[in-house]
Design a protein around this ligand. Structure first.
Ligand SMILES: *Cc1c(COP(=O)(O)O)cnc(C)c1O
Length: 436
């Protein structure tokens, strides 16, 4: 598959180049250009197909470009030691549990796959490096995925005081390959420093630097797999229209769903579920995008005022605005309803869900009644976070405490950085250099 920048139709670059040099020179973001057609393969699969068999069958078409079909299959089949789980609630709703990975969030899927692919792409190089802005659990997910990968170091740039959940035995001074650095500044400073480091072509060439943040299309693309898995699990079960409801923050998850649809997954709609940080919904309805000030809610993973994937979504809309308006349905859910839904799902179906999943479920109900879909649609709600990550919230909603697994407890443990630096490019570069 070839990629192009959101800012221009040319040049087209192969998958491998887009993953390794993950920022186009023109300041845009990479998006797939030619798309894989996987319809025939999809129809040969069904509910008996395992996640791993599906991955090795589909990976060669989706990852094509700089990697042989056999390698693509091999990497795909070895990328995960966990898998998504589709739980059927009733005739109208299923939940796709995407929180079975090491950090209890769906982002493990994109990150783990990217780390497996990069190990392959970096083979034969002496030293390669991932530099990423680090936020809470996403950083832990990266540390898990890259820990021990041959020839790759992972630099995590944290805002002050936020390093937690890492395993110190994986740090560079203890013989590992993880380098957590504390930046005296904000998360935005860290993100800016990542871009500056990658754009310092001399430094990035010396260490073979790329990023594992959302800007890297290599993280987004593997997220299509869990949509396809849900589809093959369900396609023979209901003779109904199929919808996916996706809790949206930076909109990477939704975009992956749209790619799955573009590659040939027959689906009737996606619900873009937001909390009251909903400025992007106006854009989806056809208005100009006007970011609003950020409001803190009970579903903090969705508290985003300017989605990082804005450009990628906009490029879909520029290509075919009318089609997009018929496939993406925005909805915005407040905190009270979110809490009610957590309780309702527990009462009706006996399962705990987190706040993000509740937002997606409520949004699905709202769209269903607005468009009178009930009876002839089945909606798969993406469960993006483990409910035990928000144990006290879930407990408040259902009126009793919920069990927190040890792996989730460990995410809260504080750690010391390898270095503490000023928010400047030269400080980042010398902190990195001093580790080798
Ligand atoms: C990141 C995150 C989201 C939002 O996903 P995007 O791809 O940024 O839209 C939803 N739920 C959880 C638990 C998350 O961590």
């Amino acid at each position: 598959m070839q990629f192009r920048s959101t800012k221009s139709k040319f040049p087209l670059v192969p998958y491998k180049d887009a993953v390794l040099n993950c920022l186009p020179d023109d300041g845009g973001l990479y998006v797939p250009d030619q798309t894989a057609d996987i319809r025939e393969l999809l129809f040969s699969m069904n509910e008996k197909t395992t996640f791993n068999d599906m991955l090795s069958a589909l990976a060669p078409s989706i990852l094509e470009g700089g990697i042989s079909p056999a390698e693509a299959s091999k990497i795909a089949a070895s990328a995960y030691n966990y898998e998504p789980e589709l739980v059927n609630l009733d005739e109208n709703y299923s939940i796709l549990k995407l929180y079975n990975g090491p950090t209890g969030i769906f982002k493990d899927y994109g990150i783990a796959f990217l780390s497996a692919i990069l190990e392959e792409f970096f083979k034969g190089r002496e030293q390669s490096m991932i530099v990423s802005a680090a936020r809470a659990d996403t950083a832990v997910s990266m540390a898990h995925a890259f820990n021990g990968r041959k020839g790759i170091s992972l630099v995590l740039l944290y805002p002050s005081g936020q390093i937690r959940g890492l395993d110190p035995s994986s740090f560079v001074q203890n013989g590992g390959n993880i380098i957590p650095i504390q930046v005296k500044g904000t998360f935005d400073d860290c993100q800016r420093l990542v871009v500056e480091t990658i754009k310092d072509r001399e430094f990035s060439a010396r260490y073979n630097v790329t990023s594992a943040n959302t800007i890297n299309p290599g993280r987004l693309l593997p997220q299509v797999f869990y949509y396809l898995y849900a589809f093959i699990q369900i396609k023979n079960k209901y003779n109904k229209d199929l919808f996916f409801s996706v809790p949206c923050g930076n909109f990477g998850n939704l975009i992956a769903g749209l790619y799955a649809w573009k590659f040939g997954m027959p689906v009737n709609g996606f619900i873009a579920a937001m909390n009251i940080n909903n400025a992007f919904g106006d854009y989806i309805r056809g208005n100009k995008f006007r970011p609003k000030p950020l409001i803190t809610t009970k579903s903090p993973s969705l508290d985003v005022s300017f989605p990082l994937n804005y450009e990628r979504l906009a490029s879909f809309y520029e290509e075919a605005p009318a089609i997009m308006r018929n496939i993406v349905y925005p909805a915005s859910i407040n905190d009270d309803l979110t809490m009610q839904i957590i309780e309702q799902i527990y009462k009706n179906y006996g399962i705990h869900v987190d706040s993000n999943t509740a937002v997606a479920f409520a949004a699905a109900q709202e769209i269903s009644s607005e468009y009178k879909l009930s009876g002839h649609t089945h909606t798969v709600v993406l469960a993006t976070g483990h409910p035990a990550r928000e144990a006290s919230l879930a407990g408040d909603a259902v009126g009793k405490s919920i069990k927190v697994p040890e792996s989730i407890q460990a995410l809260q443990k504080r750690c010391d950085p390898v270095a503490i630096i000023q928010p400047q490019l030269d400080a980042v570069e010398s902190a990195i250099a001093s580790c080798f």
